[in-house]
Ligand binder design. Structure first.
Ligand code: 13P
Length: 233
């Protein structure tokens, strides 16, 4: 099965450094069985599409739940598709946390993405508090169920407490949680949260890990290439 290496730049590198990173990425040798997806800031999507294709795929970090019209500041799924996107992150914890995105809105976003022929990468993950209270798995399972997903999608398990903190979930926990998610939902499951060049080989070697969603380390060409190279062949 294919392994996904997804780089989420978040709100970084919107300047010349982003363009130079894209040019470097375009020169990387990608082995069969590895799918690299780059999610730069929206303003770089068109440029990224021209620079990256055909070897690497393009993803957006967010999408509007509406097809078009008077929604100031929003970007529709049709616009992302036209810019060359094949994937869209939906429900990233930073969107849920800082923008109050809830289930009803996320369901619409997934629908918009799928109906425009793109694949949503649906992000879920528990806080430390939620992990302590009821455990990660019941929380994450409920988060996914609430979206009533169907059709083609990827899941990304990103414990909130592991994002940008340098902490990662234990390898056993990742394997245990993701194997249940894979079985219950029948979709590929990526792991995210402080993935870097050092821990990626062990995480990617886990049978229940279909790839990684990388934040900080995707901004560094050396670290990101090492992560790509460490994908089991
Ligand atoms: P970090 O890799 O910086 O922890 O970010 C993870 C993430 O949120 C990717 O979407």
């Amino acid at each position: 099965m294919e392994k996904y290496i997804v780089g989420n730049w978040k709100m970084n590198l919107g300047d010349g450094r982003g363009l130079s990173l894209l040019k470097h990425l375009a020169t990387l040798k990608i082995f069969p069985g590895v799918r690299v997806v780059v999610c730069p800031p929206a303003l770089l999507l068109r440029e990224a599409h021209h620079t990256l294709s055909p070897g690497l795929a393009l993803g957006a970090q967010d999408v509007s739940a509406h097809p078009g019209g008077a929604f100031t500041g929003e970007i529709s799924a049709a616009m992302l598709k036209a810019a060359g996107c094949q994937y869209v992150l939906v429900g990233h914890s930073e969107r849920r946390l800082y923008h109050g995105e809830g289930e009803a809105l996320l369901r619409e976003k997934v629908r918009q993405v799928q109906s425009h022929g793109m694949t949503p990468i649906v992000c879920v993950g528990e806080t430390l508090e939620e992990k302590k209270q009821g455990g990660a798995l019941p929380f994450v399972t409920a988060q996914i169920r609430a979206l009533a997903l169907s059709g083609s999608y990827l899941l990304a398990y990103e414990p909130r407490w592991a994002i940008g903190t340098g902490l990662t979930a234990g390898l056993h926990d990742i394997q245990d949680i993701q194997s249940v998610l894979k079985e219950q939902f029948g979709a590929p499951v990526l792991y995210g949260g402080s993935v870097n060049a050092e821990n990626a080989p062990d995480i990617l070697a886990l049978p229940a890990v279909d790839g990684v969603l990388v934040g900080g380390a995707s901004l560094d060409i050396e670290a990101f290439s090492k992560i790509i190279e460490s994908t089991p062949k």
